[in-house]
Each structure stands twice: as C-alpha cells, then as structure tokens.
Design a protein around this ligand. Sequence first.
Ligand SMILES: [Zn+2]
Ligand SMILES: [Zn+2]
Length: 263
Amino acid sequence: MSDAGSHTVWWQRLRLWWQPAVDFLFPPACLVCGSSPGDGGGAFCDACADQLQNAPGPHCARCGAAVGPNLVTLSSCGHCHGDHFAFRRVMALGVYDGALQTAIGRGQLVHGGPLMRGLTDLLIADQLTEFLAEEFDAIVPVPQDWQRRFFGIHSAAETIAERLSERLQRPMRASILRKPRPTPPQTGAAPSIRREQQRGAFEVPAGTDLTGARLLLADDVLTTGATAEAATRALRKAGVADVVVAVIARGLGVSSVRAARME
Ligand SMILES: [Zn+2]
Ligand SMILES: [Zn+2]
C-alpha cells in the first residue's frame, strides 16, 4: 500500500504526463481575445494585458487615480483634493474606460469569474510592492443585498476578494459586512444622490468584534467612492482601525463629497 507521500509523487508524475495533452486538446487562450496567452502564465495575451493596464505610471496614493509624474503627493491629487474619506487609500489597476471597462462588464456576468480572477491577478502584479508593504488582517468583499444573493447573482466583489485572499495569503471574511436592503442602481445618479442612497446601506452583525482590525475592502469599480465610504463607515463603527480599498478600476467622476459642497 502506498502512503500519502508517494501518492502525491505519483499524482505529480501523472500530471506531468497529461498536462501537455490537456494543453494540446484545450490550449489556454487569452480571456479577452482568445489568442495564445503571454509567457507569464496569466489569463491574457501580452497585447490585451497592455490594454487592460490602461493607466501605467504613478497613481494617487489616496484615491487610486492615475496622475502625472509631477503631481504625485502622499496626501491627495486633483481628483480627491479636499475630500474626506473614511478609508485610507484606494489601489486600482486602471481607469474605468475602454478595454478595461468592457472586460469588467463581461466579468460581472454569470460566467465572469475567470475573467475577474485574471483582472485581479493583473492588479496584484501591477502593485505588488505596495500590496506586500501593507498588513491586512482580512479581506472583505463589498456585499450584495439579500435579493441578489437569493437569486444567486454572481458577485464580482466576492470573486475579487477570494482571489486577493488566495494570492496575498490573508483570510477572506465575507460575513463581517452585510447589506440588509437593496439600493437603487447608481449609474447616472448625481454623486450627492449616490452618497445619500448608500448612507446606512451596510452593517456589521451584532456581536462582531473588529477592534483594531486592518482590512482590505474589495470591489470591482470605485467612482464617487460613495459605496466604499458607506461600507467603511459601518466597519469603523464596529472598531476597525484601518481600511484600504482594492478595485479593478477607478472611474474618474466628481467625488460625492465635493459635489455635495458645490451644490
Ligand atoms: Zn488577448
Ligand atoms: Zn487622489
């Protein structure tokens, strides 16, 4: 009888033998264009990966917006100057536009999981040094309301959080943040309306002790920051010490806080 160790060795040998056959029959393909993926073993070919990373270079350390090399500061940029966020910073792969916007739209569909995981891998690769410099106790997806969960609607935020958890080796804790009621669709709504709609939309279950926790909050897109702000406020009320937001794309709209001031 073989023990567990030799069983593993045989399994690995078998995989060595059959993997080329699997690749021959079902060649890996770029999840955007279907051509052969790059040498890095990622989900996209090199040309598509370049298009998806549509804002190379420096990002604002606070709101995640792409900024020119001369505009980098540690505190803010033109997109977030004067805003008061409850989260400390946003990490984003690129701008919500072009190929990245299209890919996120497909990633939000029922079978979009592999695409969202691929985009999350790109985000981690793009900002690896900064991810490794942070210390997170857990990763939390921005939750869906119960109606969406009931109908089994795929949660892009949860897929992103799962992948961040796997790659950064930190636990995912989806249960510490809930969205008890649905909120109206945000597309097209004025920033101040969005902020009002999201206020109080999230809650931490009673009895959850989050005192001093440092969390990474995951979502697919951050535009005005109204959703991430409402989620962060609920977490902070439960004692969370620090929240960093990770998103695939940063939509460059007018922030909710500034819009409210302009009215
Ligand atoms: Zn491609
Ligand atoms: Zn900024």
